[in-house]
Design a protein around this ligand. Structure first.
Ligand code: HEC
Length: 176
């Protein structure tokens, strides 16, 4: 029995050592794409710090990699969540979302932060909980930014959009 347990740990150790060489691709795009989002949504420096410390790692193309995230299996776990997080909400692609999508993202944002679903639990184990004051600041900013965006839609101003899309947005506007 003892040798079986010993063998198990030797195999486990080998797997862990080997997996250190299987490094997931890093998420290290330019910060410029985030700047576009921050300017469009009028992020204050205070809110910017909260977003940087709690959300950007999984929801932008620019993740910070502290030492522990270099170690497998944490590195693989992180890569998986970044991929998932960006698929649902990618701040680096903010400008590519339509007005309607942006509005929906804000709605989800407010909901997820309010319900304490974001940042993910596994992330706060290492990075620490988001304080209730910071939660409140994020929610207030998101609500304001959502209202501002509604008052100033940008889709119809896009020159790049095809005629049909512009016609669509005019139609939608006239229904409201
Ligand atoms: C460790 C990675 C991670 C961190 C950190 C993180 N998220 Fe997420 N987020 C995810 C993943 C994965 C999903 C998709 C699955 C889910 O909803 O649980 C998601 C989903 C979301 C969604 C839903 C988008 C949609 O349209 O369904 C919003 C909004 C969101 N996150 C906002 C935030 C905010 C705000 C923060 C910071 C306070 C944050 N997230 C921090 C990984 C993360």
């Amino acid at each position: 029995m003892l040798t079986k347990i010993k063998n198990f740990f030797i195999v486990l150790l080998l797997v862990l050592v080997i997996s250190q060489f299987l490094r997931p691709e890093k998420n290290e795009g330019s910060y410029d794409s985030i700047t576009a989002f921050e300017e469009a949504t009028l992020v204050s420096s205070e809110v910017k710090t909260i977003l940087e410390n709690n959300c950007y790692d999984c929801h932008t193309n620019t993740t910070r990699y502290p030492l522990h995230t270099e170690i497998s299996p944490i590195s693989h776990w992180m890569a998986y969540h970044i991929e998932e997080g960006k698929e649902h909400f990618n701040i680096s692609k903010w400008e590519l979302y339509t007005d309607e999508e942006k509005d929906h993202k804000f709605e989800e944002f407010i909901e997820e932060v309010k319900m304490k679903k974001m940042p993910l639990k596994e992330y706060t184990w290492i990075h620490g909980e988001l304080s209730s004051e910071d939660r409140e600041k994020l929610i207030n900013w998101a609500k304001e930014a959502r209202t501002r965006a509604k008052e100033k839609p940008v889709d119809s101003l896009l020159v790049k959009e095809s005629d049909t899309i512009v016609v669509d947005s005019v139609k939608v506007d006239s229904i409201k």
